[in-house]
Design a protein around this ligand. Structure first.
Ligand code: F6R
Length: 361
């Protein structure tokens, strides 16, 4: 049921305010500025004993895991990183008893993720799932976890599940943080930031017309660069993936500082750059990257908290708590990918060569 939308992709992008509301519902404990995650199956003592977090997923879920790892490091101060599940499996990883492994999957059926979970369990590791489909294979094989509650995702490319997965990681990071060193005040600050998300998402979605206009402007690009730093880098990666998948425009994502180490050679008017530029401690560094691009006559579309004078266009997103910026900054770029694909007449819900769940190797 498309409910008046022309595609599931559009419907699912527009459902995100409600979806984020669902992943938060019933989980926030204001009295202790923390969250309650019923299905985690990890008691406080076990959670305090975690020395590292390793997140495994594929595609968009891997990108959500990259942001999840940053949230866990920032809020819980536990070293964390994300890796594509297939790479992890094939490098005969050291499986460490003090590491908490987290498998991320919308479908819960992705073969590479499932096989990684099974291998980890065989080696005695503790594995949690951050999964959307209830009762799926990965949900069943993990020791516990968090359901993402994005609701059914029909479009082959993932949008609302990405956003909800990142929010679910925010909850996990808060939980781990509050049983360690995260203060009551910081816990409350992040909770208030999470609570504002649904309204802020709704506000951004009301700006869709402007993004449609921008999509027309950039739809005939030969290739597109996406850049960001730290919190902005996984956002850039996910936005580049979304654009490739639905529009078939070639896109690359780089940490902004890596530009001068090679990809700057590609910059010219036919190769525009989308830059993630939050008003955080890296703003000045990001501005310098925009200048480097302008000096090569590159066109720039910034996603920022306020208009960027070095950019040709800016999509202004609402301010959030800095740790939560990636959640809001990803959403207009889903709309940009969608409208670009629409402009080019692509088969948006079923891009060529892709399947919704990849249950083979
Ligand atoms: C991107 C996309 C894929 C999936 C990937 C993992 O839009 O849909 O990259 O994210 O195949 O799928 P799940 O999350 O079901 O494990």
């Amino acid at each position: 049921d498309l409910a008046g939308h022309d595609t599931y992709m559009h419907k699912e992008i527009c459902e995100q305010a409600d979806a984020v509301d669902r992943v938060l519902r019933g989980r926030i404990e204001d009295r202790f500025s923390t969250v309650h995650l019923g299905g985690l199956n990890l008691d406080a003592r076990e959670a305090r004993a975690v020395r590292r977090v390793k997140i495994l997923g594929c595609g968009t879920s891997y990108h959500a895991g990259m942001i999840g790892a940053q949230l866990i490091e920032e809020l819980a101060r536990v070293p964390a990183d994300a890796e594509p599940a297939s790479e992890f499996r094939y490098r005969n990883p050291v499986v460490d008893p003090d590491t908490l492994y987290v498998a991320v999957s919308q479908s819960g059926e992705t073969y590479d993720v499932l096989a990684a979970v099974q291998e980890l369990k065989r080696k005695g590791a503790r594995v949690l799932g951050v999964v959307n489909v209830v009762g799926s294979a990965i949900a069943r094989e993990t020791d516990g976890g968090i359901y993402v509650h994005a609701g059914p995702e029909v479009c082959v490319v993932s949008t609302k599940c990405f956003t909800n997965t990142v929010v679910a990681f925010g909850l996990l990071a808060l939980h781990l943080g509050r049983i360690r060193d995260l203060s009551v005040a910081d816990g409350r600050r992040v909770i208030e930031g999470l609570r504002r998300l649904p309204d802020q998402i709704a506000e951004m979605l009301r700006g869709e017309d402007a993004i449609r206009t921008l999509a027309k402007e950039y739809a005939h690009a030969r290739s597109m660069m996406f850049i960001g730093r730290v919190r902005g880098y996984p956002v850039a990666r996910e936005a580049a993936l979304k654009l490739k998948e639905v529009s078939y425009i070639h896109a690359e994502a780089y940490p902004a500082s890596e530009l001068k180490h090679g990809p700057l050679a590609l910059i010219e008017p036919e190769v525009p750059t989308v830059a993630i530029v939050p008003d955080d401690e890296l703003l000045e560094k990001n501005r310098a990257a925009l200048e480097e691009i302008k000096a090569r006559e590159g066109r720039i579309l910034a996603v920022a908290h306020r208009r960027q004078d070095k950019a040709d266009h800016t999509i202004v997103v609402p301010r959030s708590e800095p740790e939560l910026d990636p959640i809001l900054m990803g959403i207009p770029l889903q709309l940009l990918a969608y409208h670009t694909a629409l402009e080019l007449g692509r088969d948006i819900d079923k891009p060529r060569n892709l399947a919704k769940s990849v249950t083979v190797e």
